[in-house]
Design a protein around this ligand. Sequence first.
Ligand code: FES
Length: 58
Amino acid sequence: MNDTRPIITIKSLGPISVNGDVILLDENGHEIKHKSRFSLCGCGKSNKMPFCDGSHKN
Ligand code: FES
């Protein structure tokens, strides 16, 4: 099996891990550059939105 689909993992009250080739857009449709593996903030506490900066641990 050669599944190349991106994998998105949602953690309760924490980061949303993204692994794979995806296009990330802001609310205006502008592309946000990112690495092939990154985490989006799902808690609302990050100072580096839309990415997780670890603030959910506090
Ligand atoms: S999920 Fe929000 S800072 Fe990590």
